[in-house]
Write a protein that binds this ligand. Structure first.
Ligand code: DON
Length: 314
């Protein structure tokens, strides 16, 4: 990295400790019982550049499940499997302004398709579009794709989190059955099987470095800069990054765009995947969340980094 980069790298540990204080204003997600075990005041970050150099600070070794961050990558796989037109017959392109698990607009706004692929209703629909003869094959294809993007062939599902979500996901079940009734999930589709694929991809266990590496591929428009391997068509990465800016932090996406100004996606286990186009892939974890479902300390740290380094795209 350049000498200018070295300066902010040196300040990263102090910034992180300052941001860690924000964890006190959030709460660890408890609606998936297994997630409630996460350490509330943890905060970690990994930043990878195109040459594969990593800067890490804080609790970057903590393992956590991807949760909604996985939705960016199932969207990419669904686009690669089906093409743009088929995917956007089933999900829209607009932010909702509602909570990530809301079903309000499914009934209110015709034709009753999910507003975007990053809210739960949209991501469940996307799960139904992943190719595979059986649910197990779909999950294997998703895992293989995540492993390739993260550069780690050992990436696995956290079985305890998966079971915990599956046993308590009454709201997601309601959403999925509503989608079935609206014929967004077609006649041939088994709702429970789609949900199972969805719960499993949300439960992929990662560290900040995995997220940073996956983000790096997006930062370099679909080609892994470390291996030079093209992994995702540029057009689909463009679509995913646009959704990250408009809907990635749910109904706090506007505020995040103003304060941080880079594509990002949060998950309820406290992860945030972010990227600086053409430069860095970033993975953050801070399990204490605000009322929008985003890591309080993680958002604070990304804001500090963006303001100090002039990262905003806008
Ligand atoms: O479906 C759920 O509720 C979780 N598996 C994922 C939600 C999530 O991560 C929302 N993100 N902030």
């Amino acid at each position: 990295m350049t000498s200018a980069a070295v300066k902010w790298m040196d300040r990263l540990p102090a910034w992180l400790e300052e941001s860690r204080k924000q964890a006190a204003f959030g709460q660890v997600a408890a609606y998936i019982p297994e997630l409630a075990k996460a350490p509330a005041d943890a905060l970690g970050i990994s930043i990878l550049d195109g040459a594969g150099h990593e800067i890490a600070a804080g609790d970057s070794g903590l393992t956590f499940t991807m949760q909604s961050i996985s939705k960016v990558f199932t969207l990419l796989l669904a686009l690669m499997d089906n093409g743009e037109e088929a995917v956007f017959r089933k999900v829209g392109m607009e932010p909702t302004g509602d909570d990530f698990n809301s079903m309000l607009k499914l009934e209110l706004v015709e034709p009753g398709i999910p507003f975007n692929p990053l809210i739960n209703a949209g991501a469940i629909t996307i799960s139904s579009l992943i190719h595979g003869a059986t649910p197990a094959e779909k999950v294997e294809r998703i895992l293989a794709f995540f492993r390739e993007l993260s550069g780690d062939s050992g990436l696995e599902i956290d079985e305890a989190v998966y079971r915990s979500e599956s046993a308590t996901a009454h709201r997601n079940r309601s959403l999925a059955y509503f989608l079935k009734d609206n014929e967004v999930l077609g006649e041939e589709i088994d709702v429970e099987q789609v949900l199972d694929v969805y719960f499993k991809h949300c439960s992929v266990l990662v560290t900040c470095r995995h997220l940073a590496r996956m983000a790096l591929v997006l930062a370099y428009n679909g080609t892994d800069p470390i291996t030079d391997k093209p992994l995702v068509p540029r057009r689909f990465v463009q679509i995913a990054k646009t959704f990250m800016v408009s809907c990635g932090m749910y109904n706090a996406s506007g505020e995040f765009a103003i304060h941080v100004g880079i594509p990002a996606k949060s998950g309820v286990a406290g992860g945030i995947l972010a990227l600086v186009p053409g430069r860095y892939g970033i993975g953050v974890v801070g399990p204490a969340l605000n009322d929008k479902g985003n890591s309080t300390a993680g958002v604070h740290l990304l804001r500090t980094l963006s303001e100090s380094n002039g990262w905003s795209m806008f």
